[in-house]
Design a protein around this ligand. Sequence first.
Ligand SMILES: Nc1ncnc2c1ncn2[C@@H]1O[C@H](COP(=O)(O)OP(=O)(O)OP(=O)(O)O)[C@@H](O)[C@H]1O
Ligand SMILES: Nc1ncnc2c1ncn2[C@@H]1O[C@H](COP(=O)(O)OP(=O)(O)OP(=O)(O)O)[C@@H](O)[C@H]1O
Ligand SMILES: [Mg+2]
Ligand SMILES: [Mg+2]
Lengths: 165, 165, 164, 164
Amino acid sequence: RYLKTIELDGFKSFAVKTTLECVDGITGIVGANGSGKSNIVEAIKWVLGEQSAKSLRGEKMEDVIFNGTQNRSPKGMAEVTLTFSNENHWLPLDFNEVSIGRRIFRSGEGQYFINKSRVRLKDIVEIFLDTGIGRDSYAIFEQGKIDRLLSESPEERRLLFEEFA
Amino acid sequence: RYLKTIELDGFKSFAVKTTLECVDGITGIVGANGSGKSNIVEAIKWVLGEQSAKSLRGEKMEDVIFNGTQNRSPKGMAEVTLTFSNENHWLPLDFNEVSIGRRIFRSGEGQYFINKSRVRLKDIVEIFLDTGIGRDSYAIFEQGKIDRLLSESPEERRLLFEEFA
Amino acid sequence: SRELFVSSFEAIRKSFRKIFARMFDGGRADLILVDENDVLNSGINIMAEPPGKKFQSISLLSGGERALVAISVIFAILHLKPTPFVVLDEMDAPLDDDNIERFKRLLLDFKEVSQFLIVSHSKSTLEICDALYGVTMEEQGVSKVVSVAFDEAASLFIREEEEA
Amino acid sequence: SRELFVSSFEAIRKSFRKIFARMFDGGRADLILVDENDVLNSGINIMAEPPGKKFQSISLLSGGERALVAISVIFAILHLKPTPFVVLDEMDAPLDDDNIERFKRLLLDFKEVSQFLIVSHSKSTLEICDALYGVTMEEQGVSKVVSVAFDEAASLFIREEEEA
Ligand SMILES: Nc1ncnc2c1ncn2[C@@H]1O[C@H](COP(=O)(O)OP(=O)(O)OP(=O)(O)O)[C@@H](O)[C@H]1O
Ligand SMILES: Nc1ncnc2c1ncn2[C@@H]1O[C@H](COP(=O)(O)OP(=O)(O)OP(=O)(O)O)[C@@H](O)[C@H]1O
Ligand SMILES: [Mg+2]
Ligand SMILES: [Mg+2]
């Protein structure tokens, strides 16, 4: 097991702090239309460094902050944390457990964290280099990606392969 | 009941002449992936006058002709016929039953028929005017149309509405 | 003409709001002219707010919610300008069981006015069909159609699995 | 460098052909360089021929066949460069029951190497999960997650229907 927990707080429809514990093998997510399943997938992309608001279905990055309901006011910040087991040192850090965190505020200002210490985006990108994970990873397949994969031009597909090769 | 039968012969995967009888109410079509269900939907669009090969997933119109399998050679022509009941004269023709037919040959040459008499495309288009049916009809919803409807620009959506209004 | 477009547009707005509220069991939706002052040329935007949620761009809606919005648009037009027959190819594919029930009820209402031809993988949707056809490729690459009874449709898949 | 790209490309071609044949129970597929003479810049085309059928552009494939091709591409890359975890959001949505079984078997093989997090509406797919989480909006517009047992997941939908 590599991914231990996913924590969402104020990220899209997750107004209240929520924690998902992933198991070894296959963790399944079910729920009604619009309940928040794809939001969890996007939270993972986002905390790993996704920079395109459009790829998260929004127009600007602040669109990921919980923007209120008829009974709750919008939040001022969105935060997601992924906690990994690092016992076999697949991440180049001297910790047995690694937490990757990201926050964004209404101002658009963002913050990144590794084990609660503030870091820069490039530090996050660096530790995931060579793991196959990271923004635009082939290991994260969003809803509707089938058409994008098959209808992109031969040149765009080349870029995907270069990233892998 | 308006639509009585759909006949396909040499249209896409329908190498052998096939007839579907539609019932009053709801006619359901089931089958495995790739069995030919969407091909039936496209046959209906096509015989009503669709001019865009791309909207039928092809590159040129001849792509709709059965192009052979490992055990069968390609056909030289594709033909689709829709037979309608016209007892309430919803189609401006003096027949109680109206058959609309279309053929295409490998040369790209096409033919249109109304009750087995050869006509031009504009005759087909004309009889369906004001019925809501015809190419690009809002009453024919292809697989994958959801994204197209919702992601088109406000201007494109305007054109759809003008056609209806 | 301007008046003709405005009255049709108003009619479809009303129809769309009604069907949306039915498909979402509440919520609000509307069709908005991009430029109110240029009615004859203005583009049209879709605004949709599921019940309890706060309006954001429809791009932020889920896969199933977008399907329901598309269904509401199409059926709003059909409500005002019914066609003799309607063909739907897997319009219910992104819907959960709950929403498929709503979609079925919509079809049952509209079938009084138009004939429907629907393609679906959902056994639940297929329950309300008056006739069922199974499309198969007994010979590889060659489609053929067989008439099936409802319980037969379920076994249609099983039979193909055994042949495969 | 040229050699590096060519060897990776050859490896993924081999992997893709193998997984495609598995997902389609036969057939042929390949990845083709648009320009063989300009390996360092050439675009890449996907060629796919389901068993018994004759190759045409992948645009002519059905919705479910396209999903299987996409699955084959992604898993071909995963086979060569496994990642610690893989996230799949409704990758099985367009698949019929038969193909969902093939997809499940693929997941069972690959889960030995990577952790999987999958979103699915298919009860069949959910059967092979080692843990299940239900996402609900008990309070409108606010998501929460509950741990569910398999038979509970089925009733999760029923319970929401009763509330609706
Ligand atoms: N910033 C935000 N604040 C509050 N709610 C949001 C925000 N962004 C998105 N949402 C809501 O999240 C919902 C979409 O959730 P999501 O896409 O995760 O659904 P889903 O469970 O994947 O559904 P489906 O099965 O239809 O794909 C939408 O209803 C949207 O209104
Ligand atoms: N000109 C042609 N000649 C022969 N076969 C063709 C031709 N055009 C398309 N096909 C075949 O028809 C099949 C697609 O059929 P169709 O799209 O109707 O499937 P479907 O039943 O809708 O499946 P799904 O459930 O996956 O949407 C493809 O496998 C394609 O190879
Ligand atoms: Mg989703
Ligand atoms: Mg189809």
